[in-house]
Design a protein around this ligand. Structure first.
Ligand code: UT7
Length: 328
């Protein structure tokens, strides 16, 4: 393993053209732009149109990331697609994306870790590259969450949006790239965010459809507390492991779940607003796509420069959480 590090060589993102604003939600469910804005920071979210599916946006994001990494799709030897909203049960969305990209020399698979899926992917990519098992790894986070949202449930329907983000990783000089990466989960809290129907436990039927068992169910309030605690803790763990301090962070990119969660975590870490990235107003919560979309927006805006220390942290259904620290 030596001192070899895995670095992010290229990023990309894509999302549907359709926009669902708070004003539109006000018309269909008992809520208000004022409540959504003050409680979550969200103003709008992207919503896929009928006929649009997860891999469409994943492929667009991935192509951009591969191009910016100056690679040929045939050089990718591992393709990880983080998603909880796959195109279909079989095959993996990873394999569908692989075929579209012509990344025919890769092993492709999906990662099911909800909003932490992209950081799970970065962590696995880091290990595979450092052990020499893989050279170039494509990690994607892609979701069409609006397909699984119950638009009569105001506790969830205001939060979620659609999109995809991607990153290509490869070996870099030892003082750059991923300095520390950690992932965790605790299945005892699985009912904080889950979708009960459509699997082998409760196979899809007219009855499960009528009961809305395929929709996301969430205990938002409980999840909020777990989110703040787990993201702060894992951020401190990766900083400590890399021998870095919160004051050294150039940019903190948290999972975009709720502006109040972001603010609470940033305040615990003592990272002031200017060093924290937020796009929740425009995208809402896009689960596994949230961090890679945010990361690519930062790259495009010139907010990450060579030598910068970038911290990413996430939490999500499972529950799962993760932290990744990168020297750009
Ligand atoms: O990526 C992981 C995904 N999950 C999350 O990130 C969820 C984390 N949790 C949250 O973001 C917040 O808990 C929510 C935004 C979901 C809810 O905010 P909250 O401040 O925790 O509100 P609450 O659930 O405690 O509800 C407060 C009140 C309730 O009314 P009463 O009982 O006080 O009369 C709710 O019924 O707000 C009501 N409420 C709403 N009112 C207007 C809940 N949702 C809405 C709504 N519009 N959309």
């Amino acid at each position: 393993m030596g001192n070899l590090h895995a670095g992010i060589l290229g990023t990309g993102h894509a999302y549907p053209a359709g926009i669902l604003t708070n004003a539109e939600l006000e018309k269909t469910v008992e809520t208000s732009d004022e409540w959504i804005t003050t409680r979550t920071g969200i103003k709008q979210r992207r919503k896929a149109a009928p006929g649009e599916y997860t891999s469409m946006f994943a492929v667009r994001a991935a192509r951009q990331a591969i191009e910016r990494a100056k690679l040929d799709p045939l050089e990718i030897d591992l393709l990880l697609c983080a998603t909880v909203t796959p195109d279909q049960i079989l095959p993996s969305t990873g394999c569908i994306i692989q075929a579209e990209l012509g990344a025919n020399k890769a092993a492709a698979m999906d990662i099911v870790a909800a909003c932490s899926g992209f950081l799970y992917g970065l962590t696995l990519a880091d290990s595979m590259i450092r052990t020499g098992q893989s050279r170039y790894v494509l990690v994607i986070g892609a979701e069409i969450l609006t397909q699984y949202v119950d638009y009569t449930d105001r506790g969830t329907c205001i939060l979620f949006g659609d999109g995809a983000g991607a990153a290509v990783l490869g070996p870099v000089e030892a003082d750059k790239g991923i300095l520390a990466a950690r992932i965790r989960s605790d299945g005892r809290y699985l009912e904080q965010l889950f979708s009960p129907g459509g699997g082998t436990r409760r196979p899809a039927s007219a009855a499960t459809l009528a009961a809305g068992d395929h929709y996301f169910k969430m205990r938002g309030n409980e999840l909020f507390k777990v989110a703040v605690r787990s993201m702060s803790e894992i951020s401190n763990e990766v900083l400590e492991e890399a021998g870095q301090k919160a004051e050294d962070i150039s940019l903190f990119i948290p999972h975009q779940a709720n502006q109040r969660i972001t603010d609470a975590v940033a305040s615990k870490l003592k990272v002031e607003e200017a060093r924290v990235y937020s796009n929740i107003a425009m995208h809402g919560n896009t689960s596994s796509a949230s961090i890679p979309i945010a990361l690519d927006e930062c790259v495009e805006a010139g907010r990450v420069k060579e030598g910068d220390l970038v911290l990413m942290a996430s939490f999500g259904g499972g529950v799962t959480w993760g932290g990744v620290l990168v020297r750009w």
